[in-house]
Design a protein around this ligand. Structure first.
Ligand code: ADP
Ligand code: MG
Length: 223
């Protein structure tokens, strides 16, 4: 089976004056549809850099990323953005919402960017319901509590019905009940056929994943 998300020997270096940081040093991974994989590792081990390269937000200095069989690395920004809009849902700590638009309109934008729209209204209602934020669909982000914002962010991440979900510390700042709900929703998305990658410091989140990839100094630590 072709993996839904594949990274092949990713390298990423940062330069500042004479200093060179080797943020990623040959990271390879593959996720099948239906998998929930946790990425763990100490601060500075390259987790966020890896996620940015997988999402096509950053370009690796070496190696390749493929999403649903299509290469997203080493392509012009607009082509990366197109692959991302169609196939990837992102749940990052800074909420992924446009501030002056309602939760529902934020989802509509994600759907339009993905080129979808046929069943747009029905799917929008469904994700709002699933994420437990339907009652606040017409609120703007600034009007939401922290827990509501987390669920709204997830609803937007699911707006384009992504094959790949990338989450950076999705439960880090949430109360236990909201964290549980977000995690359940991420697992439900995998059960529905998505590949889900979760960067986390939480041993509980990692234990619930199907497997764990440990990073250290920009490399995958052998199990
Ligand atoms: P983690 O998310 O695991 O804490 P990061 O991927 O954020 O780690 O960072 C990995 C290493 O790369 C760190 O040493 C960090 O300081 C460095 N780094 C990350 N982004 C940049 C950047 N834009 N410029 C310079 N160094 C960076
Ligand atoms: Mg990080």
């Amino acid at each position: 089976m072709t993996p839904v998300l594949e990274a092949d020997h990713l390298f990423r270096f940062f330069h500042a004056g004479d200093d060179e940081t080797l943020a990623l040093q040959g990271v390879s991974l593959a996720l099948e549809a239906g998998e929930v994989v946790a990425v763990t590792g100490p601060s500075g081990s390259g987790k966020s850099t890896l996620l940015a390269c997988l999402a096509g937000l950053d370009e690796p200095d070496g190696g390749a990323v493929r999403v649903d069989g299509e290469r997203i690395s080493r392509r012009p920004e607009e082509e990366r953005a197109r692959v991302r809009a169609r196939r990837i849902g992102m749940l990052f700590q800074q909420a992924n919402l446009v501030g002056h638009l309602s939760v529902a309109d934020n989802i509509t934008i994600a759907q339009k960017l993905a080129g979808g729209g046929e069943n747009g209204a029905a799917w929008r209602a469904e994700v709002l319901e699933r994420c437990g934020i339907a009652g606040r669909a017409h609120a703007r982000p600034s009007q939401l509590s922290g827990g509501e914002l987390a669920r709204a962010g997830l609803a937007v991440a699911l707006g384009n019905q992504p094959k790949v979900l990338l989450a950076d510390e999705p439960t880090g700042e949430l109360d236990e009940a909201t964290a549980r709900r977000v995690l359940d929703l991420l697992h439900a998305q995998a059960a529905g056929g998505a590949a889900v990658l979760i960067v986390t410091h939480s041993p509980e989140v990692a234990a619930l994943a199907h497997r764990e990839i440990r990073l250290r100094d920009g490399k995958v630590v052998d199990a």
